[in-house]
Design a protein around this ligand. Structure first.
Ligand SMILES: C[S@@+](CC[C@H](N)C(=O)[O-])C[C@H]1O[C@@H](n2cnc3c(N)ncnc32)[C@H](O)[C@@H]1O
Length: 224
């Protein structure tokens, strides 16, 4: 006869010993390798994605983000699989097919504002880009420093990182092929997001020690 209590993990009927018991035995609560199951047991926890690749590394910080070894390797892994790539904040890294940086002193191919650069590419390669690398300044202060280093005047609106990130992400959309990957680097894992039709594929967390912020490296794939 059914007890009315079914273990969500092994699907067997069981007699709970406590009023709040959900799983029949501890083994079901934390089945090895089943992170999904472990997270589901936290009351009120909405798990967005638990089956993606997640790793953490330690490395010294560097303003040239991709010169940090684990981050450079992360980018290279996606570049190998890409046919046409874009890096609108490239600084001196000409790894992508199309590179840009606001600062004319850098080795990027173009020196435009990131949004204008992406809009320019739309006519040439709209729908063909299978990899975008987004490594913008990580804070309002860094934006201000980049503008000054590029010899540009900077106003309050220019330094709002959220505005820059949104404008850049929106400007990427017309360039992208159906299953394009977007790599985002910074101090949060917002990325392109579900609203733009992206699924998170991988996160690499790079710890820099001391009081430094980690660098969060996010890979998302368009699910179109
Ligand atoms: C974090 S760095 C990129 C580092 C690079 N990925 C590397 O590994 O060396 C950000 C770059 O974005 C550039 N930048 C800042 N604001 C920009 C904008 N609005 N448009 C284009 N480039 C911008 C800066 O000049 C800076 O070189």
């Amino acid at each position: 006869m059914s007890t009315g209590f079914v273990c969500p993990h092994c699907q067997t009927d069981f007699n709970p010993r406590r009023a709040d018991q959900v799983y029949c035995k501890p083994k079901c609560r934390l089945a090895p390798g089943d992170a999904d199951n472990a997270l589901r047991m936290i009351p009120g926890c909405v798990v967005e994605r638990v089956d993606m690749r997640f790793s953490r590394a330690w490395a010294m910080p560097n303003a040239d983000t991709f010169s940090v070894k684990p981050i450079g390797n992360f980018v290279r892994r996606y570049l190998i699989e890409s046919s046409f790539s874009v890096d609108p904040f490239a600084r001196n890294k000409r790894w992508a097919t199309y590179t840009n940086d606001l600062n004319p002193e850098t080795e990027a191919e173009h020196h435009m504002d990131a949004v204008s650069f992406l809009e320019m590419l739309e006519n040439q390669v709209g729908g063909l880009i299978d990899l975008v690398i987004l490594d913008p300044p990580y804070s309002p202060r860094q934006i201000s420093e980049c503008y000054k280093a590029a010899g540009k005047t900077v106003g309050m609106k220019d330094t709002q990182s959220a505005l820059l990130y949104k404008a850049v992400r929106d400007a990427c959309m017309p360039l992208l092929s159906a299953n394009a990957v977007v790599l985002s680097f910074g101090w949060n894992s917002v990325g392109m997001g579900k609203s733009r039709g992206f699924v998170q594929e991988e996160i690499l967390l790079v710890c820099h020690g001391g009081a430094h912020n980690d660098t969060i490296c996010l890979a998302e794939r368009r699910d179109a």
